[in-house]
Structures are given as structure tokens and as C-alpha cells.
Design a protein around this ligand. Sequence first.
Ligand code: UDP
Ligand code: MG
Length: 318
Amino acid sequence: MQLSIVIPLLNEEKSLPELYNWIIEVMQANNYSYEIIFIDDGSSDHSWKIIKQLSETNTSVKAIHFQKNYGKSQALHAGFLMAQGEVVITMDADLQDNPEEIPDLFNLIKKENYDLVSGWKRKRYDNVITKNLPSKLFNLAARKVSGLPLHDFNCGLKAYSQEVIKQIDVYGEMHRYIPLLAKNAGFHHIAEKEVKHQARKYGETKFGSERFLHGLLDLITIWFISRFGKNPMHLFGGLGILMFFVGFIAALYIGVSKLYHLYHHIPDILVTQNPWFYIALTVMVMGTLLFLAGFIAELILRSQHKTERYKVSKTLNQ
Ligand code: UDP
Ligand code: MG
């Protein structure tokens, strides 16, 4: 099969029939062998009923229904597990992403051998204040952290090669950073393509403005995990030893100065009246705690080693 179209959705009953017809038109015009995987992320409207009807008329329509709303990342994860196409395309269900972009995206992956091509909604039809501006800021931060020169990390319309989706693990709200997840998994042939964007025709956005705060916190997490996830002691241990050392020097200074005063019979303040005493104390305690945090993180990693230490992409003669 050439193509898997993966579509996460939550309460999009009005858009679904139109979206389906549009995708089918594109599939037939290009003669693709395809599957469309709808992941109903716990809709409370008639979305599932509509998907069921579509699947009855077309066996290439496959679907998963979540018992409750788990979020777009979980929906994508479930869709990726199921997808069998050589090229996998994700798109939103709200008709904001244009199915006519599919052939170009398909060719970029299939013919030009990209691992991942991310859509770029250069001209965006969303609210300027609540979405477009914060999104620019968010993408700037993501570019800096990831080192990937993308303008629109969170674009729902993306194309992947089969290997990529089987290797990345989209969890939490990490759907915003799939290109970075792919890069961390060792896929470097990542590009972006300008795509047409439409205003939302039916229904309303499912993400409020808290998305940007969550997004930035997730960015810190992902940076941290990709940098220190496999060796937390390198960060915590290093910082801990550094802090302990600073504290130790301060304590040494207090001790030496005390001895000096005693030896020369010079009157001296009490150790506890010396501000350096508190600095030494705090910094040494913090250093010890950081070191311990690193040690515990390493122990947790060790206990997980049985499940997943690395991912193999190919083997020979096996
Ligand atoms: N979506 C989902 N689960 C959620 C929230 C959203 O599957 O918990 C789907 C939604 O139905 C749509 C896509 O994710 O197909 C993008 O959501 P939305 O259009 O609300 O985001 P926006 O375009 O406003 O960024
Ligand atoms: Mg949308």
C-alpha cells in the first residue's frame, strides 16, 4: 500500500463527509493504493456514526474509537501503530488542511527520500492575537532548541516515511514536536513544504491559549530528555559536585579564618554570625540533593533497560 492517511479527530461531525469526499477525489485522481485511518478521540457528537457509515461503503476506511478523550498525541500514536502505507500522511479533520497537498508530500517522501516533510501554513487563517502571534514565538523557541529550521512545528499536515512513524513515540502532548522526536530518533532528512490553509469551516478549535504554556514546558522537557535522558548523572551529578565544591571552599574559608583568629588570639565573630556559613551550608545541601537526584534518575533508567534501550532500524541475514 502506498499511502496511509491518519486523521485524529474530536467532535468534527460536520467536516467529516466533506473531508472524506475531498480525500477520495485526490486518491482516485492519482490512482493511489491507500487507507484512511480515522481516530475518534472520544467524540461526543455523531462523528463515530459518520465514520462507521463511511467504513461500510469503503473498506479502505479504518477507524479507532477511544473510550474517552485522550488527546491528539495519543490519537496519532494509535494511528501510527495501525498505519501500513509506505508513506504516512497526517492531517486535521477540520478541513483546515488541504488534501490536494497530498501528492506533493507523497513525492517528497517517496521520490526525494525525505524522512519527514512538515507542512508550513505560511498564510494562516486563524485568530491573529490568540494563535498566529504566540505561534510565531513558540516556533522560534522550538527552532532554537531543536536546531531544525522549521517555521511551523505544530502543523497537522505532515508526511512521513513508514520507518519514522514506527520508531517515534508520540506521547503526552508531544504532537507539537514530532519533527524533533524524529530528529532525536536519528532521522535527519527533514524538510518543510508550504501548504494551503483554510479557516475553520465548522465547529471550533479544541486547543485554548493554555496550549502555548504547555507547549513551552513540553519543549523544555523534550530538550532535557534528548540531552540528558540517557545520562541524567551528567547533568545532576556535574551540577551537584560543582555546588558541593563551592560550599566546601566556603566552609574551608570559615574554618581557616577561625583557626587563624584563635592562633593569633584575635577576637572573632561566632561562626553562625558569618554569612559565608549559610552560603556554605545551603550550597552543600543543594549539591548533595542534586547528586542524589541524578543517582536516583540513573537507577530508574537501569530498571527500564529491559524495555527499551535502543531501536533497531534494519537487520541483515536474520
Ligand atoms: N483533536 C483531537 N483530540 C483532541 C483535540 C483535537 O483529535 O483532544 C483533533 C481535532 O479534531 C482536529 C485536530 O486535532 O482534527 C486539530 O485540532 P484543532 O483544529 O482544534 O486545532 P487548531 O487547528 O485550532 O490548532
Ligand atoms: Mg484546526
